[in-house]
Write a protein that binds this ligand. Structure first.
Ligand code: NFS
Length: 671
């Protein structure tokens, strides 16, 4: 019997997606949305209660007191599964960082065709922070030494990963005391795999300790390396006008969609697409030119640096092919659905894999090599252009929204004080005065088990009403973009009065797009700089801030959540918990959930919780922010104090008798 299908509105809150899903149904093609309907998730595995680490199992633990064949208890099994997921997520981010480091090395040595060091100021800043001499040295020389230092962090066996020093002093002390400072990035991932092998580490708390160490190696290690080097090679992002959603595809142009994560390839495709030779080639094929757009974090990388439009987030990858207007989808690593190849066979679209690490059966493989990047990028584009003639009927939903991405921590610092007074002071002051109640980082994926973009945008909108400044990355940022929440002053009427005052004064949108998922490290840097600026405590856990991943699905999200918790943040995930257990049936299956929440909070001041109900997530967020405000001795959030424009307020004051006016302006005189 066919499973019950959800309606297009239940699948996605994005009208472009709804249109494409209706189209898919009409032409009888399945997508992740319908596959999610057809595939009921396994309750036992989903709750983390299945162990398949050895050949004596898989062991499904469903009764109180039951153990695996080896005697493993439910909490050990859940902890092991979580550690493995975090190791995989951290490995993905960090391997991306490693590739960036090798590219930097090649650029420094003049061996990387087409690349250059675009942001010398950032190179010098990062090098100096890492103790590398910068005086009287050429950028290439500095870059070479920095590349060597960063490459060494992966294989380092002893000591501490150098980037850990970027965290507040107090935080580093906690990590040192807990013995969770990563020694080397690869070492922690390997040890995570070793410890979770049959018959190794079987103390859940001890295992979860290593989950923290592995996640820290990602957040303050591999991911931070990826962000630093991307900025050095391609420029530190600054606000730029962009567009998002499927309407960015063009009927009269060769549409090439780049999808995945690493900017090394996508940046070169951007460069190649502007090459006169390629434009001519496209024109000779009967098109007006090449129209590039991005999906997932690749979209974020080229959107925030080059203003290249984003065709969409994770769940848009299939939908973009369904338009029939995509000549090629060029992918590298991570978040690429295997279903793309089968889907593309219904159209003329070529799926082109490029990474030596990622192949899909049936896709065209054009392997990328940073030493010959521009040549390969041109080859990819020519192959895509050659495919234009095969295009059939198209159906491009006419939905796009403008956005302003590009709020790197450097830019936030600059915009708050200008070149001469760049500082986080105004942000801290706005939080201390109560204009900004707190900060929420809303990040992470789409998940076809919930309505696409709905949770992201619902929670974001509620936060804004409550004067909570929102920063976003990854697919969450694209969700907000598609809804028009990342636009200057356009949405300020829906923003709380205090936050709206701040946004108007500085001239920023109330939701700041900070980049891709590896760029969550920018959020760590902002939090650290807020601590250093003073007035909000002496460690990250004291700042009135939360991290939310309402529609998470990837192991990378678990790694991010964990390093944020270890850094002191309260992190809530929506959707299902991979360690939920079945507490009603098996009491011990709640041990791990309790430990990553209350246990980690005792140690790190941050906690990890899974909260499927968005209203509960919002309530908990505000409660946490208010509690942190109270602990810092800051005034309680009171929106009635803010929100009237300066002129309006002056006119009101003019009506008052002199004494009252003075009291209102300067406070009541002291007795
Ligand atoms: Ni992040 Fe970026 Fe998107 Fe989720 Fe995938 S693209 S690295 S994992 S789905 S946010």
């Amino acid at each position: 019997m066919a499973k019950k299908r959800r309606t297009p509105e239940e699948y996605s809150s994005d009208p472009a997606a709804q249109e494409m899903l209706i189209h898919a149904e009409e032409i009888g093609i399945g997508t992740a949305f319908t596959r999610a309907d057809d595939m009921a998730p396994c309750n036992v595995g989903g709750a983390g209660m299945c162990c398949k680490l050895c050949g004596m199992g898989p062991c499904r633990l469903t009764k109180d007191g039951q153990t695996g064949v080896c005697g493993a208890t439910i909490d050990t099994i859940q902890a092991r599964n979580l550690v493995r997921a975090i190791a995989a997520g951290g490995a993905a981010h960090s391997d991306h960082g490693r590739d960036m480091a090798f590219t930097l090395k090649a650029v420094a040595n003049g061996e990387a065709e087409g690349y250059m060091i675009r942001d010398i100021a950032k190179l010098r800043m990062v090098a100096q922070k890492n103790g590398i001499e910068i005086k009287d040295r050429a950028p290439e020389e500095i870059a070479d030494e920095l590349a060597d230092l960063y490459i060494a962090q992966f294989g380092q066996q002893r000591g501490e990963v150098v980037l850990m020093k970027n965290a507040p002093e107090k935080r580093q002390k906690i990590w040192r005391e807990q013995n969770v400072l990563p020694r080397g990035i690869d070492r922690e991932v390997v040890e995570a795999l070793h410890r979770t092998h049959i018959g190794d580490d079987q103390d859940p708390e001890h295992l979860l300790n290593h989950a923290v160490r592995t996640a820290l190696a990602d957040g303050w290690g591999g991911s931070m390396i990826a962000t630093d080097i991307s900025d050095i090679l391609f420029g530190t992002p600054a606000p730029i006008l962009g567009q998002a959603n499927l309407g960015v595809l063009k009927d009269d142009m060769v549409n090439v969609v780049v999808h995945g994560h690493e900017p090394t390839l996508s940046e070169m495709i951007v460069a190649a697409s502007q090459d006169p030779e390629i434009i001519e080639y496209a024109k000779a094929a009967g098109a007006k030119g090449v129209n590039l757009s991005g999906i997932c974090c690749t979209a974020n990388e080229i959107l925030m640096r080059q203003g290249i439009p984003a065709a969409g987030n994770f769940l848009h990858q299939e939908l973009s092919i369904l338009t029939g207007a995509v000549e090629a989808m060029v992918v590298d690593v991570q978040c690429i659905m295997q279903a793309l190849v089968g889907l593309a066979e219904n159209f003329h679209t070529m799926v082109i894999t490029t990474s030596p690490k990622v192949k899909l059966k049936g896709a065209t493989h054009i392997e990328f090599d940073e030493h010959k990047a521009l040549t390969i990028a041109k080859e990819i584009l020519k192959t895509s252009i050659d495919n234009y003639k095969n295009r059939g009927k198209t159906k491009i939903p006419q939905h796009t929204e403008k956005l302003i991405p590009g709020f790197s921590h450097e830019y936030i610092n600059y915009m708050l004080g200008g070149s001469y007074r760049a500082s986080f002071r105004p942000l801290n002051d706005a939080i201390m005065s109560g204009r900004i109640r707190g900060v929420a980082a809303i990040v992470g994926c789409n998940n076809p088990r919930s309505t696409q973009d709905y949770l992201h945008t619902y929670v974001t909108k509620k936060m804004l009403e409550e004067d909570v400044l929102v920063v976003e990355t990854g697919c969450g940022a694209i969700a907000a973009a598609k809804l028009g929440l990342l636009l200057g002053e356009a949405g300020l009427d829906q923003v709380g009065p205090g936050l709206s005052e701040v946004c108007e004064t500085i001239g920023i949108p109330p939701v700041l797009h900070m980049g891709s998922c590896v760029d969550n490290t920018r959020i760590l840097t902002v939090l650290t700089q807020m601590v250093e600026e003073g007035g909000l405590g002496d460690d990250i856990d004291q700042i009135p801030a939360v991290g939310l991943a309402p529609e998470w699905m990837s192991e990378k999200a678990l790694a991010i959540g964990t390093y944020c918790v270890a850094s002191g943040a309260y992190v809530m995930f929506g959707g299902a918990s991979p360690v939920s257990g079945m507490p009603n049936r098996m009491e011990d299956s709640a041990i791990v959930s309790k430990y990553i929440s209350e246990g980690w909070e005792d140690i790190y001041g941050g906690k990890l919780e899974f909260v499927p109900d968005p209203d509960e997530m919002i309530e908990k967020t505000l409660k946490h922010i208010d509690a942190k405000r109270a602990a810092l001795g800051l005034p309680a959030h009171d929106p009635s104090r803010f929100g009237r424009g300066g002129d309006e307020r002056m006119r009101e004051l003019e009506e008052l008798p002199l004494e009252e006016r003075q009291a209102a302006l300067y406070g009541a005189p002291a007795d």
